[in-house]
Design a protein around this ligand. Sequence first.
Ligand code: HEM
Length: 403
Amino acid sequence: MVSDDSCSDSPQDEIPNFFSPEVAGCPHATYRRMIDEIPVLRMSGTNVPVISRYEDVMFCLRNPAIFSSDMAEQMSLGTDRPMIPQQIDPPAQTRYRKILDPRFSRKRMIEFEPALRASANQLLDSFSGDNGCDFSQQYAVPLPCQAFLHLFGLPVSDLSLLIELKDGIIRPQVQAKNPLDETEVGAIRASTGKRIYAYFEDLIKDSKKSSRDDLMGYLLNVELDGEKLSHNEILDISFLFILAGLDTVTATISCCIAYLAANSNHREKIAQSPETLEAAIEELLRWETPVAVIPRLVKQDIEIADIPIKKDEMVMLLLGAANIDPAEFEGADEVRFDRSRNRHIAFGAGAHRCLGSHLARMELRVGLEEWHRRIPNYRIRDAEVPVYSPGIRDIQFLPLVWS
Ligand code: HEM
């Protein structure tokens, strides 16, 4: 049984492809079958092994020498060089984390809370007087972009440019005249990549002139063992923030609201007892796991769950399935806001564990707190079924209504 009023179990002989939008919308029954029946499933078509048990996924995440993130060649998204630190393996990656981690601590991120709360309320002011909105485009997309602007000390007037840049790099087909024309789509991604580099080049120039105390000022001045970051290193870190720090939060807050809109008992708990929100967010991160899957490149022949995997194969680590593995989670198929032990891996684990998890948690808490304070009773508009994208479980259109 899955613990979600909007999904139902549909036993089938063949395990459905978790990369389809249908499974992305209601993935738990598929995850369960993968864990129970085929913990290393070779995907039809590509033959890529998909690893689903918590213990196995953790093994891969904790052994970056075998399961490498050095995949810039295989997975380039408009970048000229590997993205830092995500496409670099330890020990080189460790140096970057030593530089970046202190700047992304929980304490540091809480400093941005008042500014983000004001941004959340400005967004809510623009539609809360109506009796409905498209949650995705009117709240879930702009809110993390506002957080990004606060972090870099950039003007709010850059908001639409930032949204255009992140869409142009992540989903260029949306900006194409013909979304099926691969040449046009590739050209949009490549030119957006150049515009992102140019955007940060300008910011670096500006920051050097004005010695600012924001994230760019920090990246320009920080030293580790007497060495500063190079110009290209700063560009490659900044580029990654656009790819890693915007759509992930958008997808997560949308998944949370879609779940709560469809499960009124859980929504009422949050609306009536706001102090449950932090635990609720952790549980919804586990249950929804919006970044459902992450890739790795295998560096030596190895067996996982008795299945041989060859050197140079790509594998997929199915974080979403690992997060409902009953070997790790008691009552794994139930959404429990009062769960006492919740070692979910929605932010990954090991060396590459999400750098922005404290920022993301602050954004989710502020975004959901303000939303429920002002709009406690909401539901998905009649006859609408949210469509989730696979991989990162984003919902492009989420029409909500309230009275
Ligand atoms: C709820 C929102 C978020 C989720 C679910 C999420 C999830 C993840 C996951 C699963 C990874 C591990 C990837 C891997 O091992 O290959 C990761 C890495 C990363 N995330 Fe996040 N993320 C979120 C928000 C953010 C934000 C707001 C930032 C902004 C700075 C960010 C920056 C990064 C970076 C830089 C990495 C790479 C870390 C490294 O390789 O050392 N993330 N994230």
